[in-house]
Ligand binder design. Structure first.
Ligand SMILES: Cc1cc2nc3c(=O)[nH]c(=O)nc-3n(C[C@H](O)[C@H](O)[C@H](O)COP(=O)(O)OP(=O)(O)OC[C@H]3O[C@@H](n4cnc5c(N)ncnc54)[C@H](O)[C@@H]3O)c2cc1C
Length: 385
């Protein structure tokens, strides 16, 4: 006879690790299960860095999660000694003429300003002269302008997952890694999860399966989600002097609505010149699955990225791509999150807060998920199925 848990958590990536930690912190008896050993490179939570912003151009409903995540990460840094959060500032850059949308938002700069006003975040607006003076690494055009704040920056996704799993285990959470969930069901006021190794019983289940989620839902629910392949690139600077312009002390994270098909986002250099400078665009045109996605990045794809998005806008970066990685978005229309009880099973919570901008919110979302289990807290209806 196996144990009965207060909560089972399916998936220990960004969201599941956060939920498991928050449940354990509240004294709940919790079991977390993952098919791999997070952090790993098969889902959505890898690649060294994630932008974090409290003023979110995607909508003011997200700010409280990011703000709370910053607090939780600082607490976890003190507990674990791991580096989780760097607040080196954020630029939302745009300008006149045809500009790419970001996360489906046409005026991302304007949306960011509105969110900053709503969340009480101090910011300034920089014109192209100020941008060129402060950030020579960016080849901004005449008339470009930017929102800038100093509370934003980047989180370390792998370390955040590690810290939360460590802290959860230290508080008594059971973690089963390398174990694949085959099915789950709700029956007689309880939830049963069957893995390739065992069957578990719990009062409630949180499904935080990332890109694997749609395959676990009936077609009408799965139709909410689209899995897309994304590529991260690290390009080498042309010289040590050019690399130094990307140092986190002087260079922020940014999202840039380009006069090009996609916006671009990127980070300061987090290592030496040979480790390159990370940047990426996004694509929403081709759907994939975690099983069928092509994880290789062929040279033609690197060349196209460099010629279209890097060379025209980053004069200090060379065509040498020192590293690339593929990663998966679980996209919902209008860049929405879904955090809701399963429409047919009230003891099963579905957590899909991704749409390409979920990481910054993950620690706060984990707290919400734990409160849904332990206190019956209801999420914002904007996150419903
Ligand atoms: C390229 C890229 C860049 C991004 N940039 C940013 C950014 O700058 N800022 C930001 O805020 N967000 C960003 N995001 C979004 C953010 O990273 C994701 O929203 C977040 O990491 C998703 O976490 P998750 O827990 O939902 O998924 P995952 O971390 O993928 O976790 C899902 C877990 O479920 C497990 N699992 C699945 N099926 C099973 C099963 N059957 N049995 C057991 N375990 C299972 C998997 O192994 C996995 O560990 C980015 C995402 C990508 C891909």
């Amino acid at each position: 006879m196996s144990d009965t848990y207060d909560a089972l958590v399916l998936g220990l990536g960004a969201m599941g690790a956060a939920a498991t930690y928050q449940l354990a912190r509240r004294g709940a008896k919790v079991l977390g299960i993952d098919r791999y050993a997070p952090p790993h490179e098969f889902g959505s939570t890898h690649g060294d860095t994630r932008i974090t912003r409290i003023a979110c151009g995607e909508g003011p409903e997200y700010s409280a999660f990011a703000r709370r995540s910053h607090e939780i990460w600082r607490e976890l840094e003190a507990e674990t000694g791991l580096d989780l959060l760097t607040q080196n500032g954020f630029l939302a850059i745009s300008g006149a003429g045809n500009r790419s949308a970001n996360h489906g938002v046409e005026d991302f700069l304007g949306g960011t300003v509105a969110a900053a006003e709503a969340a009480g975040v101090d910011y300034e607006i920089l014109d192209s002269a100020a941008l060129r003076r402060r950030y020579p690494a960016l080849g901004v055009g005449d008339g470009d302008k930017a929102y800038h704040d100093t509370v934003s920056g980047f989180a370390r996704p792998e370390n955040c997952v590690t810290a939360q799993l460590q802290a959860a285990a230290a508080r008594g959470a059971d973690l089963r890694l390398g174990e694949t969930v085959l099915s789950f069901r709700q029956q007689d006021g309880a939830v049963t999860v069957t893995t390739d190794k065992q069957t578990y019983h719990g009062a409630q289940l949180i499904v935080a399966a990332g890109a694997w989620l749609p395959a676990m839902l009936k077609p009408a629910l799965a139709a909410n989600f689209m899995i897309t392949r994304q590529v991260l690139y690290w390009f080498r600077a042309r010289s040590e002097a050019a690399h130094a312009e990307f140092a986190p002390e002087r260079f922020p994270v940014y999202i840039w609505q380009l006069p090009a098909p996609q916006s671009i986002y990127g980070f300061p250099a987090t290592g030496g010149i040979d480790e390159g400078v990370k940047l990426a665009t996004e694509q929403y045109d081709v759907a994939t699955t975690p099983e069928s996605v092509s994880r290789a990045v062929p040279p033609e794809e690197v060349r196209e990225m460099y010629e279209t998005y890097v060379e025209p806008f980053f004069p200090g970066l060379s065509p040498v791509c020192v590293r690339s990685k593929t990663c998966l978005y679980t996209w919902v229309d209008k860049a929405r999150f879904i955090i809701d009880r399963h429409p047919d099973h009230d003891r099963i919570i579905v957590a899909s807060p991704c749409s390409g901008h979920g990481f910054k919110h993950s620690a706060g979302v984990g707290e919400l998920l734990a409160q849904m289990v332990t206190e019956g807290r209801k999420p914002d209806p904007r996150f419903s199925f």
